[in-house]
Design a protein around this ligand. Structure first.
Ligand code: F0G
Length: 356
């Protein structure tokens, strides 16, 4: 057996890298594609979960960040900058520090999950909480990169999309062909764009026989693409995708049109229900934004839009340990508080129902 070498080395022939590119990698990619029988049973489709929480910093961002930081270093950058709802900042901070350069990250004040904030700080980012939302942060990050010596590593940087397209290559390799439908959460729509690009390249190279229909889901309170206009005050418990003006909006519409795709909106209640199903029936722990892929699948299945026996891949984008509080809330909204027991085997056997 050999060790996975990270997405740049694994797919060097399909990325814009050369001998002059210093490869900055933490071994990202090579994530599991997990058959999800509970979801197949619920929908009549053949459902697989691409578990991107298994990347080094716990989200799919690492695929794009290995490319973006490698190219930044190649171009002589000493500082990378990004706006983030949390995961991009964690990833940028980790890859920058691994490369020996600085990172600066702008996050909406009080609106990112604790685990992600902790990661960025632990990896030495200059982290600033901006008194605004993500869209404000991205405007400023773009402005700074245009006017100061800092290299932008948000997904408006094409190197990010290029790195992220490798996830589609892995799916085709694992299944032996592309799936019929691929479902992703949508914030800036960079990842939606990246999967489509990867799948399109696979078709063009003759590695797969079909282009999957790309289904993307936004939170109902942050659904600009579904509504057809920017949302000024986006809101959702899925903080990773609380975005009102997606950076890759135009690219994503082109990807939708090319793939006969779809964008839908999902309520926070349905997101949390899907989060519980994925945790309790599949055994995969994700952050709320990731659970929207599952909620989207269930919604589309209910609408009759998922053919029986179709191969469907859901990307779940970030690990549940980044934002674990949602698991401690029951379906009825009450707090889950584990039972306290004495140091007594018989009493514990009794509580566990083993004593009958
Ligand atoms: N899921 C998670 C867990 C995310 O962190 C993000 C984006 C998305 C889905 C949506 O991906 O933006 O390519 O459509 N997070 C960014 C960040 C905005 O700053 O971490 P997208």
């Amino acid at each position: 057996s050999r060790q996975w070498r990270g997405v740049i080395r694994e797919y060097a022939d399909r990325l814009d890298v050369s001998d002059a590119t210093p490869i900055v990698t933490l071994g990202e990619g090579g994530t599991p594609l997990i058959p999800a029988r509970a979801l197949s049973d619920r929908t009549g489709a053949n459902v697989f979960v691409k578990f991107e929480g298994m990347n080094p910093t716990g989200s799919f961002k690492d695929r794009g960040m290995t490319m973006a930081v490698s190219k930044a270093v190649e171009h002589g950058a000493k500082v990378v900058i990004c706006a983030s709802t949390g995961n991009t900042s964690a990833s940028a901070a980790a890859y920058a520090t691994h490369a020996g350069i600085q990172s600066a990250v702008l996050v909406p004040e009080g609106k990112i999950a604790m685990g992600k904030l902790a990661q960025a700080i632990a990896h030495g980012a200059e982290l600033l909480q901006v008194q605004g939302n993500f869209d404000d942060c991205l405007d400023i990050a773009r402005d700074l990169s245009a006017n100061y010596p800092v290299h932008l590593v948000n997904s408006v940087n094409n190197d990010r999309i290029e790195g992220q397209k490798t996830a589609a290559f892995e799916v085709v390799e694992a299944l032996g062909d592309a799936p019929d439908i691929h479902i992703v959460p949508v914030g800036n729509a960079g990842n939606y764009t990246a999967y489509h690009r990867g799948y399109r390249e696979e078709v063009d190279r003759g590695e797969s026989t079909r282009l999957p229909r790309m289904f993307g889901f936004q939170a109902a309170g942050s659904a600009p693409i579904v509504r057809g206009e920017p949302v000024r005050d986006p809101d959702t418990i899925a903080s990773a995708i609380r975005i009102g003006n997606p950076a890759s909006w135009e690219l994503a519409l082109a990807a939708r049109d090319d793939s006969d795709g779809y964008f839908g909106a999902i309520t926070d209640e349905k997101i949390l229900e899907a989060h519980r199903i994925l945790s309790a029936e599949v055994g995969v722990f994700v952050e709320p934004a990731s659970a929207i892929s599952v909620a989207g699948l269930l919604e589309r299945a209910e609408s009759g839009a998922i053919p029986a026996g179709a191969n469907v891949v859901l990307t779940v984008t970030g690990h549940g340990l980044k934002d674990p509080q949602w698991a401690l809330r029951a379906a009825d909204g009450s707090d889950v508080s584990p039972t306290v027991v004495p140091v007594d085997t018989a009493a514990i056997a009794d509580v566990l129902g083993l004593a009958s």
